[in-house]
Design a protein around this ligand. Structure first.
Ligand SMILES: [Zn+2]
Length: 380
């Protein structure tokens, strides 16, 4: 049994691990490392080729991988640092791509964004369903708790013993919208030969609070704003479906119309809705250009009738919140309006700078800023 670590571990992104038994190989994750793409200033990053992306360090360098031996590519969860490189790399592998339903739903949209039909089959798997992949490998997905839906702990069964791979997780005994870890099932996986665990903040002592604590934090903010006649804007990670669920649930109680604004929110929420993971029936999900403008004009005139959830939690350029703050969209923040950041600022130079810029603009308009209404999806 041989392991090869192509990317990830010491960096937040670019996850890709190879496991080899005999002349067969399984790939675990193919992730993106976002900062080089976000900070790319020599043109539109969407035009970058596979080779360009490897050169700037945005995707794993798999040039030396013996692709003929790879029998399957298995994805643990739907975050971009785990699936984001697949549309660039997977086509060189003559094998299927496997993940849980939500993961594969999101991956499908990534291929569609690039306007390409994937060359590989995308196979959506159930949890707790052992699958014989090839002579040397069977695998199974077990429930794991994290900040996006259908996160899995991957178990590889080989003749040399079982391998457990869990990359990004927290042990949450009171999760929102997802199943708890199935500890009985985990016991059945014993004996484990190799355990591969990695999680951001894994080096910090302490205990990450449950997502139900974040739900209570959202509730408290909303209760404080119940008599407000001003605009209320929430922003969070677009893939954080449990958090969106909590904001929608308490937003409804204010009697306001809940609306999602922004492309990535549209993408992640739509997949969750289509798969029946969440019921966002009375929520308007508005993703694109003119429709966002049109809706914002209406929100500007009826600011006490809406609760907005929009993109821009990291102050990203081109996000709805940043564009409003920069005067690029037809909504004007006024004194007394609230912007709630249900997230943590990712500690990279670029995001810290972007968030400072955004908050400065919001404060100039007298906006009340609520920060860190959040608990992490990573265990420590
Ligand atoms: Zn993750």
């Amino acid at each position: 049994m041989k392991f090869e670590f192509i990317g990830g571990y010491s960096e937040v992104g670019k996850n890709m691990t190879l496991v080899e038994v005999g002349d067969e190989t399984v790939v675990l994750d193919m992730g993106l490392y976002l900062p080089p793409v976000v900070g790319y200033e020599e043109g539109d990053p969407r035009d970058l080729s596979r080779e360009d992306l490897i050169r700037i360090g945005a995707i794993p360098n798999d040039n030396k991988v013996n692709k003929k031996n790879v029998k399957g590519i298995i994805f643990g969860h739907a975050h971009l640092d785990h699936i984001g490189a697949a549309p660039y790399l997977a086509k060189k592998y003559d094998c299927d791509l496997f993940g849980t339903k939500y993961t594969m739903g999101v991956l499908k949209t990534l291929f569609e964004d690039k306007g390409k039909k994937p060359r590989n089959n995308l196979v959506a798997m159930e949890f707790n369903n052992r699958y014989k992949l090839c002579e040397n490998f069977s695998f199974e997905f077990l429930n794991m708790t994290h900040s996006t839906m259908d996160t899995a702990l991957v178990v590889l069964y080989t003749r040399y013993g079982n391998i457990v791979y869990s990359n990004d997780y927290k042990i949450d005994n009171h999760p929102v919208l997802m199943e708890k870890i199935n500890t009985e099932k985990l016991k059945e996986v014993q004996p484990v030969k190799v355990l591969v665990l990695d999680s951001l903040y894994g080096n910090i002592d302490g205990k990450t609070p449950s997502e139900s604590v974040a739900r209570d934090m959202v509730k408290e903010v909303v209760e404080e704003l119940k008599d407000s006649k001003n605009a209320i804007f929430f922003t969070t990670f677009a893939s954080h479906i449990p958090r969106l669920r909590s904001i929608v649930d308490y937003g409804r109680k204010l009697g306001r119309k809940v609306v999602f604004l922004g492309r990535s929110l549209h993408k992640y929420a739509d997949v969750a809705k289509e798969l029946g993971i969440v019921n966002f029936v009375d929520v308007d999900i508005v993703g694109y250009g003119n429709l966002v403008r049109k809706r914002l004009k209406d929100i500007n005139e009826h600011r006490d009738e809406y609760l907005v959830i929009c993109t821009g939690n990291q102050g990203e350029k081109g996000s709805v919140l940043t564009r409003i703050a920069e005067g690029d969209l037809p909504f004007e923040f006024q004194s007394g309006d609230s912007v709630i950041f249900s997230c943590r600022t990712i500690p990279t130079k670029e995001t810290i700078k972007n968030r400072e810029h955004l908050e400065k603009l919001l404060k100039e308009n007298g906006v009340r800023i609520w920060k860190d209404i959040h608990v992490s999806g990573h265990g420590f």
